[in-house]
Write a protein that binds this ligand. Structure first.
Ligand code: FES
Length: 127
């Protein structure tokens, strides 16, 4: 796998910026792709591309896509967190493009978490 440069990362950010929407803007779901060094090394970029491809192909405009740093579980990367309105967040591990497309189809579009790819459901924050 070719080494990513700072310019590559800037380009990724610019490419994805156009796709981002804010929850305040009426998003019904948010998908966070964890793109720390470990995530990128494990293929998070391909997972992000698969998600953006599905959103574009299906004309979905009410799903926010964002990135974060390392989720603290390098050995399980690539990881993503799917948050649907009024549902607990679901953290997915060891993702591939195919798994991301299935998560898009079943969880994001139909509201059914894909349990076989999930690490955990719920939030570690207590209120
Ligand atoms: S880079 Fe993933 S836990 Fe440190």
């Amino acid at each position: 796998m070719p080494r990513l440069t700072v310019d590559d990362l800037k380009k990724i950010k610019e490419d994805y910026k156009a796709m981002l929407t804010l929850r305040e803007g009426g998003s019904r779901a948010k998908v966070t792709i964890h793109m720390g060094t470990c995530g990128i090394a494990a293929g998070a970029r391909k997972v992000m591309e698969a998600l953006l491809d599905e959103l574009a192909k299906n004309g979905v405009k009410d799903v926010a896509v964002t990135t974060s740093g390392c989720a603290g579980f390098c050995s399980k990367e690539p990881m993503a967190t799917v948050e649907m309105l009024n549902q607990p967040p679901v953290k997915y591990i060891a993702l591939t493009e195919e798994k991301m497309r299935k998560i898009f189809d079943e969880h994001v579009m139909k509201g059914q978490p894909v349990q076989e790819y999930a690490l955990a459901m719920g939030c570690e924050t207590s209120y």
